[in-house]
Design a binder for this molecule. Sequence first.
Ligand code: PHE
Length: 465
Amino acid sequence: MSERESQHGHWSSRTMFILAATGSAVGLGNIWKFPYMAGEFGGGVFVLFYIFCVAIIGIPIMMAEIMLGRKGRHSPINTMRLVAEDEGQSKWWQALGWMGVVAGFLILSFYSVIAGWTLAYVFRVASGLFEGQTAAGVGSIFSEFVSDPERLLFWHTAFMVLTVYVVGGGVRHGLERAVKYLMPALLIILLLMVGYAMNTGYFAQGVKFMFYPNFEALKAEGAIKDAILGGMGQAFFSLSLGMGAIMAYGAYLPPKTSIASAAISIALMDTLVALLAGLAIFPIIFANGLEPASGPGLIFKVLPIAFGQMPGGSIFGTLFFVLLVFAAWTSSISLVEPAVAYLVEKRGMSRRKAAGVCGVVAWLLGIFTVFSFNIWSDVHPLGMFAVFKDKTFFDLIDFLTSNVLLPLGGVLVAVFVAWLMKRETSCNELNITGATCGYPLWRLLTRYVSPVLVLIIFIVGLLRL
Ligand code: PHE
């Protein structure tokens, strides 16, 4: 069969694809979410399980998503329909694309709110607000900030406008430069932060917290199950898998590029950034006698302490938050791309209009997250179930997407490529050269290992059996 063409254009090169996909993967998930989840789940067990999931489940599924995207060359919804047709499967597989679009809206709704916090912190750090502040002072500045719904709405709106602006203009504009220069800059600043953390005298304690599986910390009822489910969810979230973001980007991939090496380098970079963020943050937490389990506000309560104390901290801190905004921006773009591409294909909408419509929907959903930190902080919509007892709207949306929808989407992708797609198709598409066992290993992992592992984790973690 002849190659399909994408109506949305191509990446200019393979490197450009890797940059864009890395831009999607590296974001708040690495620097905001990873540390607070690790803190919440007692460190080591969560971190090690997360790394294990990235390697065993994440990389093979990422390869599968890129491959499907490149074969279908459309938005994930149409890609799944077309590829399923090619392979003689039901057109119902497009439901997988729809599920991804729903997950994308839900994630973007809270992602934009948190990215809004980051944007606000650019100005707060720049104004010197944290200079000479104590840890307690920094903490109360944060609490006061999130208690004001109007302010959060303002920043949420500002970030959503930025996202819509770039998506509307076509994803490739600007993305290349943003990722090419800003990502290395983010890496350098993280390394400098790790250097600062090394001088706190608590570096060893931070390393131990992150890499030593401390089952003592997970004694509470169900805590280990939560850590395992959370570790798997974080692997999907952080790699942008299971909702079609990578599939949508794969649709613009030039033919005949190696998918395996691209997936491996994206995953390595993503994991490196998360681990560096952890290594920078935990020593500062211990040095200031703070609690690792401080929830979603963790980095906002911890990093400004360091910026307030180090020489030139305000400049340095401003730069850090600016780079984090860019990292979040390159991720949020990929969260709406599947929906926007679909509206353009199906409804013939202009990209600008499609991006605007999607932005409004995600913005409205984001109001639930904004209120979760203030006027609805005591509202627990599923409080009748013990597992969801203290969960706010934000907690529930986060739980549903990371721990349910993304792993489910990922596993369905794995089942499709490894059980339903002809072996010959995937073998040709992946064209793994160099390692002779490469293809059989990929097939083994997608055919048996990931579906079984995710199923077990669902049974144990979600159903609490
Ligand atoms: N991977 C992104 C991050 O870590 C979030 C994301 C999830 C983006 C799913 C796209 C799809 O911040």
